[in-house]
Every structure is written in structure tokens, then in C-alpha cells.
Write a protein that binds this ligand. Structure first.
Ligand code: FES
Length: 238
């Protein structure tokens, strides 16, 4: 078989735009895998291609938004797989640049593939002393990246929230942001919820996301005009 090429979605954004990613890959005879959230995972796709007898596999990271892990994460995950596969593992080469939002532009992929570096097994492991403890965050914001919220602009809302939190110098130990699948009140998309305050927000566009960061997460006052009613089930009196 010829050396397979895999386009690897780096974040929840690419998982939400999987159809676009598959169209792009089909144009190059490539396959698709995801570093997180989407299926197949990068490890599963590498195993599939290795089992087919591929002698060399090339990986190109794809980031269609502005918030994505660095390519070092692609190397770290691929390096873990390569070590686990052991002797007989195919060569795995990773493009040093990522395919960005102009992915369909003529020559964009060729440009990204100009420089690749092979995986050698010395990449950083999947564990670190820094990842031992549950973070000390005060709040966790659950950002819905389900299909309806994504179609209504959750990607832009998530980016705006991330930038606003950084502008307020709030890190993961203050506010932990987690992207989720559907949270259910889809009619109010894009949806975010803030825990442990049990405050749910709807129609969270970029502007509302910035207000949630400033008014709720910094000043401690929920943003009333985006807040959704919360109906809790009655507690069993017995
Ligand atoms: S897709 Fe976001 S609440 Fe359903």
C-alpha cells in the first residue's frame, strides 16, 4: 500500500465539523482521525493502518478555529502509540505545521506537508506530575458543543470565553472550561452552564460569553438576561 496520510482534528471544533474534514480528506485520498472528542481516535486509526501493513504513516494536524492544542500534542499521542506498538511499528511522520481554516485553498495541504518530523519514541509521555491533582478551580463552565449549539455558533462563543478568561488572568485553577456533548435545552443554543452554581445560560453568543466571564466568573453576579430557568425534580419526601 502507498503511504497513508491522516488528517487529525485537534480539538472539539474539528469533531463538530467532521463532514468538512472528511470532504477535505477525500480530496487527498486521506483518512480522518481525532485527537479528542471525535471518532476514530488517532490511536485507533494508527492501529488500523499499521494492521493493514502501512510502512509509513503521515499525520497532519487540522485546526479550523483559534483554540487548538499545539502540534506537540499530536507528537505526544503518536509517540505513546508508537512505543506501545513496539518493534515492527511503521514509521510515523508528523507535519510540523497545521492545516488551518484556509484548508481548502489550493496548495494549502502541500505547504503544510513540506516539513515533517518522524516520531522516535522519545516524545513526552501521557502522564506528568503536574496532572496528578484534581484542579483547584472555583467554577467549571460546561460549554455545549453538541450539534445544535455548534451550528448556532458555539465555536465562536467558546473562543470568546477563553480569550475573556485569559484577559482576566483566570486559569484552569480558577475556572475550568470543559466542552461537552448536548446538554439538552437545545432550543436555547448555544448553551453554557456554570457549576457548582447550577446556573444555565442560553443564546450565548460571543458577547454573552464575555459577559459571563466578567460579570459571573469575576464579579460573582450571574448574567440575568441570558439565564435559563432551572426546574429541579422534586425531592423524594420519604
Ligand atoms: S446541542 Fe447544545 S444543548 Fe443540545
Amino acid at each position: 500500500m502507498s503511504d497513508p496520510l491522516v488528517l487529525v482534528g485537534m480539538s472539539a471544533r474539528e469533531a463538530a465539523e467532521r463532514d468538512r474534514l472528511h470532504r477535505l480528506a477525500a480530496g487527498y485520498g486521506a483518512s480522518v482521525a481525532f485527537l479528542q472528542v471525535g471518532d476514530p481516535s488517532l490511536s485507533r486509526e494508527l492501529t488500523r493502518l499499521a494492521d493493514l501493513g502501512a510502512p509509513r504513516i503521515e499525520l497532519v494536524g487540522v485546526s479550523l478555529g483559534r483554540l487548538a492544542p499545539a502540534t506537540s500534542w499530536l507528537r505526544r499521542i503518536a509517540g505513546h502509540w508508537w512505543r506501545e506498538r513496539g518493534s515492527g511499528a511503521p514509521e510515523v511522520a508528523v507535519a510540523t505545521a497545521m492545516l488551518r481554516n484556509d484548508a481548502e485553498a489550493p496548495g494549502a495541504l502541500d505547504l503544510v506537508r513540506e516539513v515533517t518530523r518522524p516520531i522516535h519514541g522519545g516524545e513526552a509521555p501521557l502522564t506528568s506530575a503536574a496532572w496528578e491533582q484534581v484542579p483547584a478551580h472555583r467554577h467549571q463552565v460546561l460549554v455545549c458543543r453538541g450539534p445544535r449549539c455548534t451550528a448556532r455558533g458555539a465555536d465562536a462563543s467558546a473562543e470568546a470565553l477563553g480569550h475573556a478568561l485569559r484577559a482576566h488572568a483566570l486559569g484552569d485553577d480558577d475556572v475550568l472550561v470543559t466542552q461537552t456533548a448536548c446538554q439538552f435545552p437545545c432550543n436555547h443554543a448555544p448553551v453554557m452552564s456554570v457549576q457548582p452554581d447550577d446556573v444555565w445560560y442560553g443564546a450565548v453568543d460571543a458577547d454573552a460569553a464575555r459577559r459571563i466571564a466578567h460579570e459571573h466568573l469575576v464579579d460573582g453576579v450571574p448574567v440575568a438576561d441570558h439565564r435559563l430557568p432551572r426546574n429541579r425534580s422534586q425531592e423524594d419526601p420519604s
